[in-house]
Design a protein around this ligand. Structure first.
Ligand code: GLN
Length: 317
């Protein structure tokens, strides 16, 4: 079990979380994603901030039980499941761990790198990673993803069928990316089927509170601090967090580290999970996004809390 670290006293953490929520709730910047038609209907005012400590203590501010689709944040947890299944070397060799410096749905990134998806946090790498889940067919891989992500959350996650239908009807680009991966013989599965499993994993419903628990499991060496279940190994958490640090916020990962200093992952419906190893994790939900697809309020709230709670990994004081 990871050390509890040195978060401030419970009452202080609670106050700081509430204060961060009050401070950024009025912020009006950013645009709700609309390239997946169903996401355009999200309420831009929703804002939830949750923190789960590695001892299982939870702190909640605002809309922490509002459900939203996990989207790209699923990539972090599917990577952990695949690392657990096939190991560090194989993930490095087959998918890669370097930032593309390009948007998450870039086709050019694949062409520039001889068909290598580069990392599991962009769509190409995530589809390739999902295809590496154990299982004889797409259905078995999906079951592994669904059960695995549910173990991180500590409850059985459900699909938002409306978002799934909406994305399935409009994801021409992801189908193109998967076909291109297949043309480079970089996809361990049938391209349309792997896109289907990937789109399903993105359509799983979570809350800010769920994200905090899922992240706290990565902060706690793979032990879910709420359910007490060992979901993945400590080595897998270390490797997953390294990839999140380099690639979790897409092409803006450098700026995120410069301002915040934590492994993190965002998704286009407005979620962010930010992990403080050995301490806990923040789960944030606020739909308006910046140009890279990262929640605007989420980033500001994480930056504020990283400072006030002393979470920045690169800070020595
Ligand atoms: N399902 C979305 C897609 O594949 C996820 C993207 C994201 O959250 N950045 O485009």
């Amino acid at each position: 079990r990871a050390l509890t670290g040195d978060l401030p006293a419970e009452s202080t953490v609670e106050e700081l979380l509430q204060a961060a929520h009050a401070r950024y709730a009025p912020l009006g910047e950013g645009e709700v994603a609309d390239y997946i038609p169903a996401l355009a209907e999200a309420d831009p005012a929703l804002f939830g901030l949750a923190l789960t400590e590695v001892d299982g203590t939870q702190h909640l501010a605002g809309d922490t039980s509002a459900p939203f689709t996990i989207q790209s944040i699923s990539k972090a947890f599917v990577l952990a499941l695949v690392l657990e299944a096939i190991g560090h070397e194989e993930v490095h060799r087959i998918v890669g761990v370097n930032n593309t410096g390009l948007p998450f749905n870039s086709v050019i990134a694949l062409e520039l790198n001889a068909g290598s998806p580069m990392n599991p946090m962009v769509n190409a790498g995530a589809i390739a990673t999902t295809a590496l889940m154990p299982g004889a067919d797409a259905e078995q891989r999906w079951q592994g993803v669904h059960e695995g992500l549910s173990r991180f959350a500590g409850r059985s996650l459900e699909i938002d069928e409306r978002v799934l239908r909406s994305e399935s009807a409009s994801n021409h680009r992801n189908r193109g990316i998967a076909s291109l991966l297949a043309s480079y013989e970089r996809l361990r599965g049938d391209a349309p089927e792997m896109v289907e499993v990937y789109t399903r994993q993105c359509s799983l419903l979570v809350t800010a509170e769920d994200l905090a628990v899922m992240g706290a499991t990565l902060a706690d060496g793979g032990l879910n601090p709420v359910t007490g279940e060992q979901v993945v190994s400590a080595e897998v958490c270390r490797d997953t967090l390294a990839v999140l640090a380099a690639c979790g916020m897409y092409e803006l990962s450098g700026e995120w580290q410069f301002e915040i200093g934590l492994p993190a992952k965002s998704g286009v419906s407005g979620g962010i999970v930010a992990v403080a190893p050995g301490k806990g994790a923040l789960g944030v939900f606020s739909p308006p996004l910046d140009r890279a697809g990262n929640s605007v309020r989420g980033q500001r709230a994480c930056a504020h809390l990283a400072r006030t709670l002393g979470l920045n990994l690169f800070a020595s004081t």
